[in-house]
Design a protein around this ligand. Structure first.
Ligand SMILES: [Zn+2]
Ligand SMILES: [Zn+2]
Length: 415
């Protein structure tokens, strides 16, 4: 029987020896990205891999999710490890040999598809961790539940999916994990660094949709109709004054971004309608509700000033993601062993959101960030997640696998 430190060393040796395969998996996923609820190829590869490791595998959870159980040779806790598998409707601009040329349709439009949020890396890392832990199953105290989740970034209009749907379909039952843990690759944090968090770490996210209806007319005769384009422009600017002028910025951060602005077909036709969309990020429930009301009022009243009709909806999407402070304290030594103590630091709140938050409504969760930007790159010029130039320095993959496995072992050992 191995001591905990012998077990960790052996798991880390396995991961290091198999780093080229870890990188190979990530490149394969990168070259073949799939949008949320469409991860059939990805989840097929994941399920085959877990199957070959001799794990008990369930497929088709929340459409394309895969869940696998690794029963250790000794009694202990149940630790859930989660990776998300979906890509984004983005056309890749990074010139790597495994660049994505994938195209698909999303909400009726033809789009490029790209792993621009590092989920290819998350999936590959969790496959590597599953293999390394499975090789040591007799020495493992407890059970590891591997959760490969679809559709973290959201689903096409009218569909259901993601973490919340996995939970409804029983991912946290039989057996219920005592803890669920996850990680995220983030740029431009350097690829030798890990950020940990205590308490609220990722914002809530809400989907803003505004439909404007004017009256179509000739581009040369705007007075003969009602112009929804100008109204949209005024609304975009009006919305900017909510966070900057109307809410207490010292209380909690919030962000409101307009990310969709669609209208018109020809230079000489003022269109009948314009669609606006965006995202709201907050950390405080009362600020969240207050900003919802302000979005509605701002858009409706600006539209009304020129006779445009506005239909405004703000749909709550994900709650705030928490990293349980006590649990984070328990995995901190493992993160420090994996990265070196000088490379592990306390992160500040991120305005990104993650449906990992839903797991936290059912049990204690901890979530950490692994950097993926080249360490010698100036963070000020690094491309963030969701950029078409998002780049993963693949040294982060082994680090992520080392950190996740070390933290999982400590939690299984009852650290
Ligand atoms: Zn993302
Ligand atoms: Zn992501």
């Amino acid at each position: 029987m191995k001591t905990p430190s012998e077990l960790l060393s052996s798991v880390h040796r396995h991961l290091a020896a198999n780093e080229p395969r870890l990188i190979g998996w990530r490149r394969d996923f990168h070259q073949h990205p799939e949008l949320g609820n469409r991860e059939t190829r990805t989840s097929g590869i994941v399920a085959d891999h877990l199957d070959r490791l001799g794990l008990k595998v369930t497929t088709g959870v929340a459409h394309t999710g895969v869940v696998a159980l690794l029963q250790g040779g000794r009694d202990g806790r149940v630790v859930g490890l989660r990776a998300d598998m979906d890509a984004l409707p983005i056309t890749e601009q990074i010139d790597v040999p495994f660049r994505s040329h994938a195209r698909t349709t999303y909400n009726g439009e033809t789009v490029g598809v790209m792993h621009a949020c590092g989920h290819d890396g998350h999936t590959a890392i969790l496959m590597a961790v599953a293999e390394a832990l499975a090789q040591h199953r007799n020495d493992l105290p407890g059970t590891v539940k591997f959760i490969f989740q679809p559709a973290e970034e959201g689903v096409p209009d009218g569909e259901d999916g993601g973490a919340a749907m996995m939970i409804r379909e029983g991912v946290l039952d039989g057996p219920k994990p005592d803890i669920v843990m996850g990680l995220h690759l983030v740029s431009p944090v350097p690829s030798n660094q890990i950020l940990f968090f205590k308490g609220p770490m990722l914002a809530s996210s809400d989907v803003v949709s505004i439909s404007l209806k004017g009256r179509q007319t000739h581009g040369a005769r705007p007075w003969a109709g009602i112009d929804p384009i100008v109204s949209a422009a005024q609304i975009v600017l009006g919305l900017q004054t909510i966070v900057s002028r109307q809410v207490d910025v010292a209380r909690q951060p919030s962000v409101l971004s307009v990310t969709i602005l669609k209208g018109g077909i020809r230079h000489n036709i003022i269109p009948e309608t314009v669609e606006l969309g965006g995202t709201l990020r907050t950390f405080d429930e009362s600020m969240r509700q207050d900003i919802h009301a302000r979005i509605k009022r701002t858009a409706e009243l600006i539209a009304a000033s020129s006779g445009v009709q506005a239909d405004v909806t703000v749909k709550t999407q994900y709650p705030v993601t928490f990293s349980n402070a006590e649990l984070t304290e328990r995995i901190l030594p493992a993160l420090q062993r994996a990265a070196g103590p000088e490379n592990v630091r306390l992160g500040t709140k991120l305005m990104a959101a993650d449906d990992f938050a839903f797991f936290g409504h059912h049990l204690p969760t901890t979530y950490f960030v692994v950097g993926c930007a080249p360490p010698d790159q100036d963070p000020a010029v690094g491309e963030p997640n969701h950029s078409p130039r998002f780049f993963v320095d693949e040294r982060c993959l082994l680090l992520g696998a080392r950190a996740l496995s070390a933290a999982a072992l400590d939690l299984l050992h009852g650290a």
